[in-house]
Design a protein around this ligand. Structure first.
Ligand code: GLU
Length: 443
């Protein structure tokens, strides 16, 4: 299979097979993560009333851009990184989604994440389509100057497809407020005036939104509170296990501790630790995020393997790291009552079938981690209006929107006797599909 370019979009051509009737296959379809997203879409399509043409359009991204990002490294050598920006849909408004820096980033993964962003914005009724970007690099091994170089050059390479009304980036894995400040500056310099509304998740002093950094983790915990209530469980009698101690995982641990939920095990790339009496989250935060020490060396807890982490009995399990970590191999080992998916795509469809036949209450990713993009929406609106909200306004509105979305998904699941994931996907897909139908096909 060879890659060909059609009007700026990269496709894999199946010329090799001489099958001229066959549609070109976008290269991302070779990716396991994209296949997973597509499989979810098609299984939802069996349960909802969706036009076949619209389904075909939603099965592939609207626009994908692949760029080379050359950067002068501190040692004087030039390194070229692969960068991607995929816009799954532009139907409901600007494309919206994060930019991640991670060594394993590829076009298929970014395309899957972009599709999930569309469904996420759909569930939350946000006026955005889904997008995602990524650069295949390891930010933990790069200096500030190198990260700035990568960010600024990537921004200038994708300049023609981003903008406050076409595609608005935000932080994701391996990127943060500083990354957004560089994108904001690069974009503004190129157009000649300050345009804070081109990115969200910026520093507050540059037009960022109070509470944006904490928003994804807070949203996860608002959903957990709804689920505990639904299951008649008390936070004070509940325990939690959190996989991931980055932006989302750290805030989830802090917010759960504030509710007096006992966080008994936490893991990250370095390994995992467990303490049945409860881990002191302040101390763990200082150890990992301030002193920069490996999480697995945290004193006052027993070091365990990543497999043991997921198998630890608890009330609430929160995967808050990478996609596809709960698989056919380990799904039957989960011993939790609630699975709150802080990460995007942590559960494979095969594992999902196992969960569906268990009594685990799943809060699916596109609902559970939607707090981040929701507060991004608040930030974008504030920047467009140059009118700013207080942190309590942001948090109150976030809690309200997350609570309403949770109840909409719960009702759909109950009314149609389907899983929470299927209900969330149905609502997200139907919102986008409906708008596509009403707008019609151009020209
Ligand atoms: N990267 C986050 C996500 O996956 C936030 C996206 C945004 O705020 O646009 O939902």
């Amino acid at each position: 299979m060879t890659a060909v370019k059609k009007s700026g979009v990269l496709f894999a051509s199946n010329n090799d097979t001489n099958d001229t009737n066959h549609l070109p296959i976008p290269v991302f379809e070779n990716s396991p993560t994209f296949k997973m997203a597509l499989r979810q879409l098609h299984s939802v399509a069996e349960h909802i009333n969706i036009d076949s043409g619209v389904l075909e359009r939603l099965s592939r991204p609207k626009r994908s851009m692949v760029v080379s990002v050359p950067v002068r490294m501190d040692n004087g050598r030039t390194e070229v990184f692969a960068g991607y920006r995929v816009q799954h849909s532009l139907t409901s408004g600007p494309a919206k989604g994060g930019l991640r820096f991670h060594p394993s980033v590829d076009l298929g993964e970014v395309a899957a994440l972009a599709m999930w962003m569309s469904w996420k914005c759909g569930i939350m009724n946000l006026p955005f389509g889904g997008a995602k970007g990524g650069i295949a690099c390891d930010p933990s091994k790069m200096s500030m100057a190198e990260k700035e170089g990568v960010t600024r050059r990537f921004t200038s390479e994708v300049l023609s497809i981003i903008g406050p009304h076409s595609d608005v980036m935000a932080p994701d894995l391996g990127t943060d407020e500083q990354t957004m400040a560089w994108i904001y500056d690069t974009y503004s310099m190129s157009i000649g005036y300050a345009c804070p509304e081109v990115v969200t998740g910026k520093p507050v002093e540059l037009g960022g939104c109070h509470g944006r950094r904490e928003a994804t983790g807070r949203g996860v915990v608002y959903c957990i509170r709804e689920a505990l209530h639904e299951l008649n469980l008390k936070p004070t009698e509940s325990t939690a296990v959190v996989q991931g101690f980055g932006n989302v995982g750290t805030v989830v641990c802090q917010e759960l501790s504030a509710l007096n939920v006992r966080v008994i095990a936490v893991g990250d790339r370095s390994g995992a630790v467990r303490n049945p009496r409860g881990i002191e989250i302040h101390a763990l935060n200082r150890h990992v995020n301030i002193e920069g020490k490996p999480l697995k060396d945290f004193p006052d807890a027993e070091a365990i393997s990543s497999e043991e982490l997921l198998a630890t009995p608890c009330t609430i399990m929160v995967p808050a790291a990478l996609e596809r970590v709960i698989t056919l191999k380990n799904a039957h080992q989960l011993r939790c009552r609630i699975l709150a998916e802080g990460a995007n795509g942590p559960t494979t469809p095969e594992a999902d079938e196992i969960l569906a036949s268990s009594d685990i209450f799943v809060i699916p990713d596109i609902l559970c981690n939607a707090g981040g993009v929701t507060v991004s929406y608040f930030e974008w609106v504030q920047d467009l209006q140059r009118l700013f909200w207080s942190e309590s306004q942001v948090n109150d509105r976030l809690r309200e929107l997350m609570g309403e979305a949770f109840q909409r998904v719960r009702k759909e699941a109950r009314d149609r006797n389907i899983s929470m994931r299927m209900a969330a996907l149905s609502l997200g897909v139907q919102k986008t599909a409906h708008e596509k139908m009403r707008r019609g096909l151009y020209p």
